[in-house]
Ligand binder design. Structure first.
Ligand code: RM4
Ligand code: NI
Length: 288
């Protein structure tokens, strides 16, 4: 058995620096199972080998791109000249603006769904970049490395924007590359993006089954694993998150906010809000 170890962000990102770092492994040596308190985006450039988690392993080769969420234990073995680039990052510390990325199915697939379902063999697929995509992505990564090296004025700001560019590009690539083998993951991404785009009304489980192309039990199980709740509860939770940000803006009444989120009865909205957030919308607004 390997000894398990935990890598710490503070050993890779300086405290006054931006929590994004490019690490080239040429070659990547066999590496025992470990976890991190940061996440890792991996692009395989050359060679081959086995990437493994505690329950599962898969062969990697050029063009494979996947995200390892911090607490997932993983490692590499049986490597033959494996060359890869790691992008270490900490999304919580980065605090990037959301804008429209949460509407992108590819984004959800790559950054939430895949990392969480990687342990389930049914969902073992991942994004594979083609030659042009690899060229584009390595170009962005080279630029990020140069910024880090020279640390010229505004380099943190620029690095954050390059990283956002990378995320958006890969999210799009997921849509374009979604072949049959990873379509079930991507369909889950589409389902989450459908939910995000329909916070202004009620949706039915039937609609979700249509978007996901899954049976009710598969969809439910996958959702439990990804979000810890059922799809409809997740929708409600997202509505309430939006309600919170609308309440903070203070430019519309509680009744208006209820209507904007598809509630025809603002008392019912307030009760649901309280059930999920713990206080009524009025109290929430008063306290903040
Ligand atoms: C290792 C390997 C690990 C990564 C560390 C930082 O060589 O690629 O996955 O977490 O580097
Ligand atoms: Ni790692």
């Amino acid at each position: 058995m390997y000894e398990r170890h935990h890598l710490m962000g503070k050993d890779f990102f300086r405290s006054d620096d931006i929590p994004v770092k490019i690490l080239k492994r040429n070659p990547q040596p066999d590496y025992p199972v470990h976890s991190h308190d940061f996440s890792e985006l991996v692009l395989i450039l050359d060679g081959k080998g086995t990437h493994f988690t505690q329950k599962h392993s898969f062969q990697v080769s050029r063009g494979d791109l996947f995200v390892i969420n911090g607490d997932l234990a993983h490692g590499y073995k049986d490597l033959e000249n494996l060359v890869l680039i790691n992008i270490l990052f900490d999304l919580e510390k980065l605090k990037l603006p959301d804008w429209d990325i949460s509407r992108s199915p590819g984004f959800h697939t790559l950054f939430t769904i895949e990392p969480l379902l990687r342990e389930t063999s049914k969902f073992s697929s991942r994004l594979k970049l083609n030659r042009d995509q690899i060229r584009y992505v390595t170009g962005l990564l080279d630029e990020m490395e140069r910024e880090e090296c020279h640390k010229r004025e505004g380099y943190k700001y620029l690095t954050a924007s390059l990283f956002m560019q990378l995320i958006a590009y890969l999210s799009r690539a997921y849509a374009g590359n979604a072949g049959s083998d990873h379509s079930s993951l991507y369909q889950l991404g589409e389902t989450i993006s459908f939910i995000e785009q329909n916070l202004d009304r009620n949706i039915t489980i039937r609609e979700l089954l249509e978007v996901s192309h899954m049976s009710a039990s598969t969809l439910n199980r996958a959702f439990q694993k990804i979000t810890g709740t059922s799809p409809l509860d997740y929708h409600l939770k997202k509505k309430m998150d939006r309600a919170c940000s609308l309440l903070l803006k203070r430019d519309s009444s509680i009744t208006m906010i209820a209507y904007d989120l598809g509630f025809s009865d603002s008392n019912y909205f307030s009760r649901q809000f309280r059930k999920i957030i713990g206080v009524t919308p009025r109290e929430f607004r008063k306290r903040s």
